[in-house]
Design a protein. Structure first.
Length: 174
């Protein structure tokens, strides 16, 4: 018996795969359009087929009836394209589940006070006054911690005595 080979195509949502089309083609071969019309709904809902025939199955992907001619009768989809489609659907679901369970950790860039400084325009400006003061304190004045600064001044006083005299590292007055 010559079997009609359905063309290979990627199966769209709601359309039958080539295996399902092949089965319908076999059933309606030689029938008149009136006869085909009469059984069309039964073909769609599967009631036309012998329910004891374990080879007639509903495709896991496209949902249409087809005949499993494989030796072990273990196929789940009517055609290669339905198999591919169901696999990519499963992979997509896996990806979605993975993305949901372990969202990609993007290293969060720390917002620094300098980020609030805009100098690409004609006049540079600070977006936030707080950031400006912070930047001033932390970078411009090169300030140590206040206590460290006091320690530093005290140490200078001990070495060189009070006052504003400038002294060289060897203690000679300049
Ligand atoms: Zn199918």
């Amino acid at each position: 018996m010559q079997t009609i080979q359905a063309p290979q195509y990627s199966v769209k949502d709601g359309y039958p795969g080539s295996g399902a089309i092949q089965l319908v083609n076999q059933v309606i071969k030689g029938m008149s359009s009136a006869e085909i019309f009469e059984i069309s709904l039964n073909l769609l809902d599967g009631s036309y087929y012998d329910s004891t025939d374990k080879r007639i199955k509903k495709c896991d992907y496209c949902g249409y009836y087809w005949r499993d001619d494989s030796r072990n009768n273990t196929k789940k989809t009517c055609s290669p394209e339905c198999k591919t489609a169901i696999k990519s659907l499963q992979k997509q679901k896996q990806r979605e589940r993975k993305a949901l369970l372990e969202p990609e950790q993007k290293p969060k860039k720390r917002h620094t006070t300098r980020d609030d400084y805009y100098d690409f325009l004609e006049y540079s400006y600070w977006l936030s006054e707080d950031s400006m003061h912070m930047y001033d304190t932390n970078y411009i004045s090169d300030a140590e911690e206040p206590l460290e600064l006091i320690d530093y001044v005290d140490a200078q006083d001990q070495t060189y005595g009070k006052g504003n005299r400038k002294v060289s590292t060897y203690g000679d007055e300049i």
